[in-house]
Design a protein around this ligand. Structure first.
Ligand code: ZN
Length: 190
């Protein structure tokens, strides 16, 4: 049986509720959408995996406000049911010097933590971002309410000029980094 991975592309399309951050002409929701599409393609090419996306097409809108948008994502993953949940976001800070990749989990020293470590290392190696570590964020709804190991990847900082260029130009590589991490977590060769 294939390992079922639910890929949650953070936020909704431009013009709707629950849209993401905007910096230097880039919109978070567009970055997360495309990285998710690439990652699903990589996983679905491999018969050991089956991937589903929260936003399979660019026009997908989840929920009717910020909170029901998150509820909808969790419901889709739990109802499938997915074996693993990977939410994709891009970070931002008012301090534009802050940069790098971090991965959030509900709790440290769990399967989510081990998957997060591999995904973080995969992204950092592939894209060349700074390693900001795996961080426990029990308050994040999608990590709290999913019934399977779940991680939230903050690819890089949209607010940092150098990271922003990577987020614009290296979307395939970000997906490749996550894919590499998933493969290593399962001990599969690429
Ligand atoms: Zn976000």
């Amino acid at each position: 049986m294939a390992i079922k991975i639910f890929i949650d592309q953070g936020h909704n399309p431009t013009g709707y509720h629950n849209t993401g951050a905007s910096w230097y002409g880039l919109d978070e929701q567009d970055i997360t959408f495309q990285v998710g599409i690439y990652l699903a393609e990589m996983l679905n090419k491999d018969p050991r995996f089956e991937a589903r996306l929260s936003r399979p097409v660019p026009t997908t809108v989840l929920g009717t406000n910020n909170s029901t948008s998150l509820v909808e994502r969790v419901k889709l993953a739990n109802a499938w049911p997915a074996n693993y949940f990977i939410s994709i976001h891009a970070n931002a800070s008012l301090n534009t010097a802050i940069n790098g990749t971090e991965v959030y989990v509900y709790k440290l020293y769990t399967q989510s933590n081990w998957l997060a470590e591999q995904v973080l290392d995969g992204v950092v190696e592939t894209v060349g971002t700074k390693n900001n570590g795996v961080i426990a964020r029990p308050s994040l709804y999608v990590l709290q309410k999913t019934k399977m190991p779940a991680i939230l990847v903050e690819l890089a900082y949209m607010s940092n000029p150098s990271d922003s260029m990577k987020l614009r130009d290296d979307q395939y590589q970000f997906a490749q980094g996550i894919y590499t991490g998933i493969m290593r977590y399962f001990g599969f060769s690429q």
